[in-house]
Design a protein. Structure first.
Length: 252
């Protein structure tokens, strides 16, 4: 990382600490956070002390750290307008398919989840709003890539790389471009265990949205079977059209 003015560098490091806390499986020690954030333990300790005093981190009784309650207020204020508008449509999509419904947008070179309605099933998928993923290995990501010119797609994946998450992950440009061509032909994309083993996601681009946007359903591959595809695609087509009209109408 290039050297930056000390004030800016402190902000960058503080956010690296928050992201490390968010990625930790539960509470984390200073050493855990320092390792994840790639910072010195002394620097991490100072940043955690400041973040704790502001409420953005909290310290547990056993001197471990976790995200603080002040982030809830920030998160609620930062909820994109698209998430509010999409809420009722996602709820109807979940009711129609009984699987988790998601809305995601292109955020730089990554895809960010902005809204979700969790499935009613006990075994279900959950992705917190704000999570960003690489587009080559997600249904919503590939749905968005399928709407972009090929050169933009190749430029993007060359910047991000195409790491393997499972044995099914597409890790070559040729395989990805072939998949996107097939997705355009059939009108939707499939993430068949490419991000997580045993998870299937069916996604579709949202036409007319102000930024590249996709809607999807996700759940266990055993439930989102080939037999259930026609009904899922019909529900997604309706949801995508409604979202496109709503989000397009919300343009300033």
């Amino acid at each position: 990382m290039p050297q930056e003015p000390s004030g800016v560098q402190s902000v960058v490091r503080a956010f690296r600490v928050l992201e490390a806390l968010a990625d930790a499986p539960g509470d984390a020690t200073v050493a855990d956070v320092a390792s994840r954030a790639e910072l010195a333990p002394s620097t991490t300790h100072r940043l955690l002390a400041t973040l704790t005093s502001l409420g953005y981190a909290r310290q547990t009784d056993d001197r471990r750290y976790a995200l603080g309650p002040a982030l809830i207020t920030l998160g609620s204020r930062a909820t994109p307008q698209a998430a509010v508008i999409a809420g009722p449509v996602l709820e109807e999509l979940e009711r129609a398919t009984e699987e988790t419904a998601n809305l995601a947008v292109l955020d730089g070179d990554l895809v960010a989840y902005v809204a979700q309605r969790a499935s009613r099933h006990h075994m279900r998928m959950f992705t917190e709003a704000g999570r960003r993923v690489l587009p080559h290995a997600s249904g919503v990501g590939k749905a968005i890539l399928a709407t972009l010119p090929q050169q933009r797609v190749t430029d993007l994946v060359r910047r991000t790389g195409m790491p393997r998450f499972t044995d099914s992950t597409l890790t070559s440009e040729t395989a990805l471009l072939d998949d996107l061509r097939e997705s355009r032909r059939r009108g939707f994309t499939i993430d068949d265990g490419e991000q997580e083993v045993g998870v299937r996601c069916i996604a579709m681009a949202v036409p007319g949205a102000p930024v590249p946007t996709a809607v999807s359903i996700s759940g266990p591959a055993a439930r989102i079977s080939d037999a259930s595809l026609p009904a899922a695609v019909e529900a997604l087509t309706d949801a995508a059209a409604r979202l496109g009209a709503l989000l397009g109408a919300s343009r300033p």
